[in-house]
Write a protein that binds this ligand. Structure first.
Ligand SMILES: [Zn+2]
Length: 418
């Protein structure tokens, strides 16, 4: 078998024949030529037999490694003039437009990015994290299920930070499929407007429930008459519990500051250490935190009262109770918090009263913590991994690769068992 024939079989590159193979000190270079005569625009399906000029464009793509060797594909491409996109270098079937990598290489990287951490990928594949970001942007654009916005009935809209300094992504999830189906950079009303714009009037009119936080932005957008005024606005219970945790932390901090001002440094320090014992759920405490927790309980006082209030609220949503029971318990919580003489909890009671209908609607329509929490936790874990990407688009691509309607296939699955 000739070397070029052997490489042609090995590489499985679509639409090319191998012209030559050369070993360089750090890589194997394979020269290929396109089989087709016609030139195809890289951005659309326009094709033409005519070259724009005779200038060749030397192009190179990295392909899957060959043993320990890097493998580089090189080709001389031609230029064409597309009536829509102007003068362009012709597209190739084995690589995406603007990419220095073959589709197979990008398939591998996308799969790894959805499964494993940054340092593993970068070391194994020998590319940097920003390059990973650019690759997954391209893959998620091509591979996401194009019907992902069809047949949406119950959705959730929420923001998540993808980088420090308040950089947010707004994500829309489908509660039925438990997938993230849409996302954009930014937060609030404007981001939601963008979503409804893309969804269109017909599909927006099918929405039954939209769950969200207690901020005004998303609700305002959903209520617009060209969006989804018919949908019931539900408040995701984890946002309610998160507010209670914040109120507890305020009570704890005030108390700690008082101790400090009173000059009781030692007590103040002990109290600062108690932070995690208070903010974590009791079943997740470490042994040391559990000791702190018991001390706090014995000491009683307002921090302990705040703690029991927060736990009481959390229990309402974790138990899987019926609507009638939740209604009674929420109202009882509101009156307890109102009378607590703890300023942050008095404020919390007001907020909950204001959103009582939405909180109860979530229970009534079955948008419960059990259904939303797993996806929510997964998204938060993934966005932490996206720190270090150059753009919000790359962070969003990582979320969609891992939590979206997409089936990633590895190169051998794609070629050998299609
Ligand atoms: Zn074109």
């Amino acid at each position: 078998m000739r070397v070029s024939t052997a490489f042609s079989r090995l590489l499985r590159l679509e639409g090319v024949w191998v012209r030559g193979v050369r070993f360089e000190p750090d890589r194997v270079v394979v020269r290929v030529a396109l089989r087709r005569r016609r030139l195809v625009c890289p951005e659309c399906s326009f094709s033409t037999p005519h070259r724009h000029d005779i200038r060749p464009v030397l192009s190179a793509w990295r392909h899957l490694d060959l043993g320990v060797w890097r493998l580089e594909i090189r080709a001389q491409l031609r230029r064409l003039s597309c009536p829509v996109h102007g003068v362009r270098t012709e597209g190739v079937p084995f690589a995406r437009m603007g990419s220095d990598f073959t589709k197979d290489f990008e398939r591998l990287v996308a799969y790894l990015a959805s499964r494993t951490d940054k340092s593993t990928i970068c070391r194994l594949v020998r590319i940097n994290w920003r390059t990973v970001g650019r690759i997954i942007e391209r893959v998620s654009r091509d591979e996401l299920d194009p019907r992902r916005l069809d047949e949406l009935f119950d959705i959730g809209i929420d923001e998540v930070s993808w980088r420090k300094q308040h950089r947010y992504l707004t994500l829309v999830c489908d509660h039925q499929r438990r997938k993230v189906v849409w996302g954009t950079e930014g937060a609030g009303e404007k981001a939601a407007d963008e979503f409804f714009g893309e969804l269109g009037a017909e599909r927006s009119a099918e929405l039954r429930a939209i769950s969200m936080d207690m901020g005004p932005g998303y609700a305002k957008s959903a209520r617009k008459k060209e969006h989804a005024p018919q949908a019931t606005i539900c408040i995701d219970s984890y946002h309610v519990v998160a507010l209670a945790t914040k109120a507890l932390d305020e009570v704890r901090r005030d108390y700690w500051n008082e101790l400090r001002t009173l000059g009781d440094q030692q007590a103040a320090r002990r109290f600062k250490d108690a932070r995690w014992a208070l903010l974590k759920n009791p079943e997740n405490l470490t042994a040391k935190q559990a000791v702190t927790y018991r001390k706090l309980k014995r000491a009683g006082g307002r921090v302990w009262r705040a703690y029991t209030l927060k736990e009481a609220l959390r229990a309402i949503f974790t138990a899987g109770l019926e609507l009638d029971d939740v209604t009674v318990l929420i109202d009882r919580f509101i009156s307890r918090a109102t009378r607590s003489r703890l300023e942050p909890f008095v404020r919390l009671a007001k907020t909950i009263t204001k959103h009582r209908e939405g909180i109860l609607a979530a229970i009534r329509l079955g948008i419960t913590q059990g259904r939303t929490e797993a996806l929510n936790n997964k998204v938060r874990l993934i966005t932490r991994r996206a720190y270090g990407f150059h753009s919000a688009k790359a962070a969003l691509a990582l979320v969609l690769l891992t939590c979206g309607p997409i089936d990633l296939t590895l190169p051998h699955e794609f070629h050998l068992h299609p």
